[in-house]
Structure formats: structure tokens, C-alpha cells
Design a protein around this ligand. Structure first.
Ligand code: CUA
Length: 129
């Protein structure tokens, strides 16, 4: 689950697309229904926690790995200098569904991000679709 607390708390869940629903050009076990859209060429700070057990929010191409721990708020930061898709997976053995919690960041130009976040403010993602 993601919240954009600097942008009126736009929030949504991001789930893996099941193998039987993935498109022919999709990445099995890696693609998600709702990507994290972030602006490129911007310093990004993220706060990470967990609701159940310890997970690890990991995007290898960004050099980011931060534990999500119940009762704790961890933070890290990164800077994406190009547009594109950045894939990651939970990397702390966290339970039966550990293999099925991928992460996808869609890095976009800042003006596109502003448009995206504006369309999502004050509306749930279901309304937006
Ligand atoms: Cu969550 Cu492994």
C-alpha cells in the first residue's frame, strides 16, 4: 500500500498481477496492477513500515533496500535520473506470499507526475479508473 503524504494523501494498493491474468508482454511475478508513479530528476524520500511482519522494500536498480517493520518507521531516499520502469521485490522472507509481492516504480517527467497526482487527489483509484 502506498500513500503520497505530500499530495493530499493520495493512496492505493499495488498487487501482483496473477499469472493467469497477465498480458502476453507482461512480466510474470513482477508486474503489478497499480504502479508507483514518481517524478524523475527529483530527490525522493520514502517512509516504510509494515502492518503484519517484517518485509523489505527493494529496488535493485536504484540501490534501495529498506526493511518494513511493524511499529517502526524507516526512511531512505533516492534520485531517479531517467524515465522508465524500475522493478523490485520484497526481499525479506516474510511468509507464504513472500514470492508474490513485487514492486514497480514508473519514473516520469515532473509535469506528467503533477498531472497524474492531480487526477488522483481526492478520488480513490477506483473512481479514477
Ligand atoms: Cu514481504 Cu517477503
Amino acid at each position: 500500500s502506498y500513500e503520497y503524504s505530500d499530495f493530499n494523501n493520495v493512496e492505493f494498493d499495488s498487487y501482483m498481477i496473477p499469472t493467469n491474468e497477465i498480458s502476453i508482454d507482461g512480466f510474470r511475478l513482477l508486474d503489478v496492477d497499480n504502479r508507483i508513479v514518481l517524478p524523475m530528476n527529483s530527490q525522493i524520500r520514502i517512509l516504510v513500515t509494515a502492518a503484519d511482519v517484517i518485509h523489505s522494500w527493494t529496488i535493485p536498480a536504484l540501490g534501495v533496500k529498506v526493511d518494513g517493520t511493524p511499529g517502526r518507521l524507516n526512511q531512505t531516499n533516492f534520485f531517479i535520473n531517467r524515465p522508465g520502469l524500475f522493478y523490485g521485490q520484497c526481499s525479506e522472507i516474510c511468509g507464504a506470499n513472500h514470492s508474490f509481492m513485487p514492486i514497480v516504480i514508473e519514473s516520469v517527467p515532473v509535469n506528467y507526475f503533477i498531472k497524474w497526482i492531480s487526477n488522483n487527489v481526492n478520488s480513490s483509484l477506483d473512481d479514477w479508473k
